[in-house]
Design a protein around this ligand. Structure first.
Ligand SMILES: O=C(O)CCC(=O)C(=O)O
Length: 284
């Protein structure tokens, strides 16, 4: 197990946005306490419990690289907006996380949308995931100084050093851009996002990180939510999963974030249209 001596800053959900952004800028990741209230967290867990129970651990990709990445004793599933209204109300539309995302991504695109929402439940004995950067999903778009994606791992149960709290290489967002699959680290730059249930660790697409190993005899229940600029294709095809009837029942911003809306670039370009019009007209 990697010994961690670096630490991430821990702030309250009502901390000034400027403080959260400053911590992100300094370290690449920041823990925000009580990002989900107890009621919200319980509602999400309750609404996802049957899927958690029904989903077998291990990757569904059939590809060695992804099977290693996804973890052989980790339960993962997506489509959270189709499975849980509480996910939409409290995670997708989380006011702190979206305020941070506004600051980081609207400088680099006219809007953003959901990249993916995933349960990441790490089982006993799972080794640490290899370290990586989320922005490497879009190698063609990676550029120094440009944020294209922002993520948050919500703790649905307590995250501890022993049960797989996310590992973050503090400050690594400042390393030169490039593909990372495993990374040289020294203990004084590695932090674990140990945090009580309901907290979230917000991190940039550039910071090197990965799930920690689970050396406990219990499960670590996490939920990753990430956004990507609107001119890039997300990892998860949300509008193919969240049907039109469900989308119609959601707040307008949630629909847009899930791909039931179009993208209008600053220069006048328009994409993801329905018969030349914004996809949101489907709900008029
Ligand atoms: O589960 C975690 O703590 C992080 C996992 C992760 O970074 C990923 O799968 O992309």
């Amino acid at each position: 197990m990697m010994r961690a001596v670096a630490e991430l800053q821990v702030l309250d959900r009502d901390a000034p946005l400027a403080d959260i952004l400053a911590a992100l800028d300094a370290d690449g990741g920041v823990v925000v306490r009580d990002l989900l209230s107890d009621d919200a967290r319980r509602a999400i867990v309750d609404e996802l419990a049957a899927d958690l129970e029904a989903t077998a651990p291990g990757s569904k990709s059939g590809m060695d690289l992804w099977e290693t990445f996804h973890g052989r004793n980790t339960v993962r599933f997506c489509g959270l907006a189709a499975r849980s209204r509480a996910f939409v109300d409290h995670a997708l539309l989380n006011p702190v996380f979206t305020a941070v995302t506004d600051e980081l991504l609207l400088a680099n695109g006219a809007d953003y949308w959901l990249n993916t929402g995933q349960v990441m439940a790490i089982g006993p004995g799972e080794p640490a995931q290899y370290l990586h950067r989320d922005e490497n999903n879009w190698p063609e778009a990676v550029a120094e100084g440009r944020e294209i994606t922002v993520s948050c791992i919500f703790a649905l149960s307590d995250f501890t050093v022993g049960n797989g709290a996310t590992v973050v290489v503090v400050g690594s967002q400042r390393r030169p851009p490039g593909l990372v699959r495993g990374a040289e680290t020294s203990p004084d730059e590695v932090a674990h996002a140990a945090m009580p249930a309901g907290s979230g660790m917000i991190y940039t697409g550039k910071v090197i990180h990965g799930a920690g190993g689970n050396n406990s005899d219990g499960w670590r229940y996490g939920m990753h939510v990430s956004f990507v600029v609107g001119w890039l294709r997300p990892e998860e095809a949300s509008p193919l999963v969240v049907d039109r009837v469900t989308a119609a029942s959601l707040p307008e911003r949630a629909r847009q974030l899930l791909g039931w809306g179009s993208y209008h670039s600053e220069g006048g370009g328009r994409t993801w249209l329905v018969d030349f019009e914004d996809a949101s007209r489907l709900f008029d």
